[in-house]
Structure formats: C-alpha cells, structure tokens
Design a protein around this ligand. Structure first.
Ligand code: BGC
Length: 413
C-alpha cells in the first residue's frame, strides 16, 4: 500500500508540477519548544524523504489552546489546513461537525485496529471510521527532578505525598526554587491531574471521567485543592505566564529542584544534552505509581479536496510506521501509539513509560488526562481550567474552589 501511495504521490507531483501541489501537506501544530521542534523535524524529514512537502503552521502555546483557536478561524474562513495536531475530544468534536476525512483504507491495509491501544482508538475513530493517526502516547503524572538537587536533598526520590513535601522543603532550604512552574491555566491543570489521581484512582475516575458532581464536590476534592495550595508555596514569584519549557530550563540549569509536567518535558532535558539517571530523575507523581493519566497527539486529516488525499494518506501511513514511531517518540519524550514497537532505542524513562502504560491498561488504571483533552470535551476542560487557575493564584480558598468547580462543571455539562 505504502509503495502504491508513494508512486501515486510521485505521479501526482509530476502531473501538477508548477501548479497546486498535490504532494504537499500543511500541518498545524503547537510543537515550538526546542525538544518539540527536534521531534517535529523527525516527522518532517520522514515525510520529505517520501516526497511529501511540508508547509509549517506552528501556533505556539503548550497544551494547544491557541492552536485550536487558530484552527477554528481557519476552518470558519473556509481554508482548513491539511493535517492538524489534536487531542482527544477535540478530534471527536471536529468529526461530529463532518470536517474530517476518512483513513479507513490506510488503516485496514496496515492493520491499525490490531496494534493501536483501544483507549487511543476511542479518539482516533468516530462511528467506526478512522479519522486521525495517533503519533504517540504522553502522560501527565510525571515529576522531573534535578539529580544534583535531589542528592543535596537526601538523595531519595519521594514516593508519598509526605515524602514529596519533605524533599521540596529540603530543596527550598538549600536555596533553590523547589518547584519550577509556569502560571498558565493548562500547566496548573496538568499538576491538578496528578494531584487528583494521587488521591485515588476511583476518585480520579469519578470526578474527572464520570464527572460525578458528588465526587467533584467532596471533601477529597477540597484535599486536592489544599495540595495545590501547598505546591504553590514552593513556586517562585515570577511564575506568572512562564512557558513550560522555561520552567524545564530552570531544572536543567540547576536553578530549580523539580517540575511536575507531562513527559514532553523529557524532550527538553534530552535536547539540552542531559541523561536520565545521571542529570535528572523521572518519577511518577508520588501516590500515582501504577496509574497513568494519558494524552495522545493525533494528526487529524481535514477534508480539503481530493487532490490532497494522497498526501494525507502518505502522512498517516508514515506516522503509523513502527520504525518512525520509535524514532519520533525517543526524541519527543512520549511512547509509541502502537503496542508492537520494540523499546530498544528508548532511555530508562521511556522504557518505564512503556511498561507503566501497559500495566495501567491491564489494571484498569489508565485514564484520559483532563488537562489535555482526554477526560471531557473542551467546554468542561476550560471550565475546570478557570477554577484551578483562580485557586492557584489565590483568588479562592479550597472550599470556595470546590463550590466553584461544581458550578462550573455543572454549567458546562
Ligand atoms: C501535547 C504535547 C506537547 C505539550 C506541550 C501537550 O498537550 O500533547 O505534544 O508537547 O502539550 O506543548
């Protein structure tokens, strides 16, 4: 199939040389940090080696909120990009609007149903049709710790909430910003994913996946906000608006002790020449060992005309190739979106990520990330962002935050 597509791509390009390029993809994405750009180049180079020309449409902003606003504007103007990086429920929303193309032929030819984890198929397929190609699986319940800062704080990676607070105290006493963080709603919500999960897998499921208003309004939720307030006390005064990769840089350059962030942060450490185990340590957020809050970047293909379909199929096929999935995810910090990719090329954090994902999947403790669009549609996610951020910035105490969260999510349902 791939060879057929490649030949079709070559013929098409010969026929239309000089006119609109059938073998070109315009790709909207938000991979603009150093580590993300390095991973993006793996994809771009792979496609260019297959004769597909890459038109870049980067929209900066971690978590993709700004990219999704830009996408809406493009589609409204009748000028959708060819392929778009997207998360979870956003893909399904666009499919419901009838805006996406159909990848069934490529998927059937290449047996995607057999190798893509079912949790990802829930977002890559709509009404039984493949509508996007998953490039990775990230997860949000990670902590990235400076090895030097940890050694100076006693050397033992924290396994419980109390141990975490003790290590943060020790780092602060050593004169560091204990917790590197950027005050942006999606970053606050990324920590919130892990904090909610640390209070129990049932609690995460009930409150974030089932959106059970009793769980959302519970004392356990108040405890989650109390934990957020505790974490806030270890963040420096200049955190407002700081991009996530600049927070990673604070850990990389020794200014800060740790960052609580999805495994795209590992891409920054690697891009800076650091090695897991030597320069930094990766652990699951204390209390969430055995569980995973995941998100998966997928490339959804918009219906932009028959002359673009070949290139879209070539791109989907390239993304799903096992060798590409290994090469890309080794750089990106994520793990493959298929279950049959060998882990040989992955570092220790990547190997752990693959094992954790498989184990959580088997144990029923694999959940979609609320912060990254895999637990609930955008309306609910954005309602939660507002409350979590207002609380993190001291506008609400924990009790008020619980009430506001119930109201906000109830209003968004
Ligand atoms: C995406 C990652 C990206 C991160 C920060 C997440 O939503 O899944 O691929 O690196 O945002 O931009």
């Amino acid at each position: 199939m791939l060879r057929k597509l490649m030949m079709a791509g070559v013929c098409a390009s010969a026929m239309v040389a000089g006119s609109a390029q059938a073998d070109e993809v315009e790709v909207l994405h938000w991979w603009t940090s150093g580590g993300e750009a390095a991973a993006l180049n793996v994809l771009k180079d792979d496609l260019e080696s297959k004769g597909v020309t890459w038109q870049d449409m980067p929209v900066a902003g971690g978590g993709g909120t700004e990219a999704m606003t830009a996408l809406r504007a493009r589609v409204t103007a009748g000028n959708a990009p060819t392929a778009v990086q997207m998360l979870g429920f956003d893909i399904l929303d666009w499919a419901n609007e009838g805006a996406l193309g159909n990848l069934n032929d490529v998927a059937a030819e290449e047996g995607w149903d057999d190798v893509v984890p079912v949790a990802l198929q829930g977002f890559g397929k709509h009404d039984g049709n493949w509508i996007s190609a998953p490039v990775n699986v990230h997860s949000t319940n990670w902590v990235w710790i400076s090895k030097a800062a940890l050694d100076a704080a006693g050397g033992k990676a924290p396994e419980t909430w109390d141990e975490l607070v003790a290590v943060l105290d020790a780092m602060q006493a050593n004169g560091l910003t204990a917790l590197a963080h950027g005050g942006q709603a999606w970053q606050d919500a990324t920590i919130f994913d892990a904090v909610v999960l640390s209070l129990g897998t049932d609690f995460y499921k009930q409150s974030m996946i089932d959106l059970d208003l009793d769980a959302i309004g519970s004392d356990t939720m108040k405890e989650a906000f109390d934990r957020m307030a505790t974490l806030r006390s270890y963040v420096d005064d200049n955190f407002s608006g700081r991009d996530w990769n600049l927070a990673s840089a604070m850990v990389i350059n020794g200014e800060a002790g740790m960052q609580m962030m999805g495994d795209w942060a590992k891409g920054e450490f690697l891009n800076a020449g650091q090695t897991p185990g030597e320069d930094f340590v990766c652990i699951r957020f204390p209390g969430t060992q055995g569980s995973v809050t995941f998100n998966s970047d997928q490339f959804a293909m918009f219906e932009v005309g028959d002359d673009r379909v070949e290139a879209q199929h070539l791109m989907a096929s390239a993304i799903m190739s096992p060798t590409f999935q290994s090469a890309f995810n080794v750089v990106k910090g994520s793990v493959p979106a298929r279950t049959d990719v060998p882990n040989d090329d992955f570092d220790d954090c990547g190997k752990k990520g693959m094992v954790d994902l498989a184990e959580a999947n088997d144990a029923g403790t694999l959940f979609g990330s609320m912060a990254h669009g895999h637990a609930a549609p955008a309306g609910v996610k954005n309602a939660l962002y507002d409350v979590v951020t207002a609380h993190f910035n001291g506008e609400y105490d924990s009790e008020t935050a619980v009430e506001e969260l119930v109201n906000a999510i109830d209003g968004a349902l």
